[in-house]
Design a protein around this ligand. Structure first.
Ligand SMILES: Nc1ncnc2c1ncn2[C@@H]1O[C@H](COP(=O)(O)O)[C@@H](OP(=O)(O)O)[C@H]1O
Ligand SMILES: [Mg+2]
Length: 270
């Protein structure tokens, strides 16, 4: 099927090209097999993370040379550009644990941050043939063919709040606090999913809440969070305020770690 051109903003066109090309490079490594090394924080990294990041940075630097990019592997190598009110956040391979263990939930993530808000994002799960895009109150799910071309685009939205809610939790980094949260909220169903796909499942109305009480970095969450917000959802910290990005700029701290947060399709009314 050929794709109908739209008036999508140029930035989303760049995100799409970059993510699809990065996903293709990741799948080449996935099929050939690779070994994982351990980073300073003990998390795994592979040649796929590095190659995907190189591709994404080339696209962003070429098309938006004036916008700084904070990217996971660059930060690990000590490359942390100063950020102003707008910048990109890139996680070239989120769910590296899933990738190494050959579970198809790993994703490519690119987000645009404006004044602390995740304004646009793409999440591409190359082994699943799906991508999600979000910006300015519009979110879509893309079906990606084996040739890494877009076959279909569908608008997505969060679902309405319901009595029987479904929660999502990390597959590899869960915490006992998740079980406590589920009990407090009287939620009986919880699915464990790796990577930023959890935000996308909320955005397309497949689940209701994603509580996160273990460590994440801003690049893990920004793109999925942008899609979720564009689809009508929200991400809040435990004091009920929207999760913000570029915290290093506000706190003059070099760390891009997130606090604990809860992402909702439709939050319960207080
Ligand atoms: N002990 C740990 N080891 C590795 N990654 C961890 C971790 N604790 C939290 N993380 C973060 O959790 C992310 C994966 O989220 P999830 O558990 O929802 O799949 C990782 O992203 P990367 O895979 O990009 O390193 C990493 O940033
Ligand atoms: Mg990550």
């Amino acid at each position: 099927m050929t794709e109908k051109r739209s008036n999508r903003p140029a930035m989303l066109e760049t995100f799409e090209r970059a993510a699809l090309q990065a996903g293709k490079a990741i799948m080449d490594v996935y099929r050939a097999g690779c070994t994982a090394a351990s980073k300073a924080d003990n998390s795994p990294v592979t040649i796929a993370d590095e190659e995907a990041e190189r591709i994404i940075l080339a696209h962003l630097h070429r098309d938006f040379p004036d916008i700084p990019v904070i990217a996971e592997e660059s930060v690990a190598a000590g490359i942390v550009p100063a950020v102003g009110s707008s910048f990109f956040l890139v996680d070239p391979l989120d769910g590296t644990r899933e990738f190494v263990d050959k579970r198809p939930e790993f994703t490519v993530n690119i987000a645009f941050i404006v004044d602390g808000h995740p304004a646009a994002g793409i999440v591409f799960a190359p082994a699943m043939g799906v991508a999600f895009l979000g910006e300015s109150g519009t979110a879509e799910k893309l079906h990606i063919g084996p040739d890494f071309r877009v076959e279909k685009r569908l608008p997505i939205n969060v679902r309405l709040a319901r009595a029987e809610r479904t929660a999502l939790a990390s597959r590899s980094h869960d915490s006992p606090r998740t079980a406590r949260f589920l009990a407090e909220q009287a939620i009986s169903e919880c699915r464990n999913i790796g990577s930023s796909l959890k935000f996308c499942l909320l955005a397309e109305g497949e689940a209701d809440v994603y509580p996160r009480f273990t460590r994440t970095m801003e690049w893990d969450t920004a793109a999925g969070d942008a899609i979720l917000r564009a689809a009508g959802g929200c991400t809040v910290t435990l004091d009920g305020r929207p999760l913000t990005y570029g915290k290093t700029r506000q706190t003059h701290d070099a760390d891009f770690a997130n606090p604990d947060f809860i992402s909702w399709g439709n939050p319960p009314r207080l």
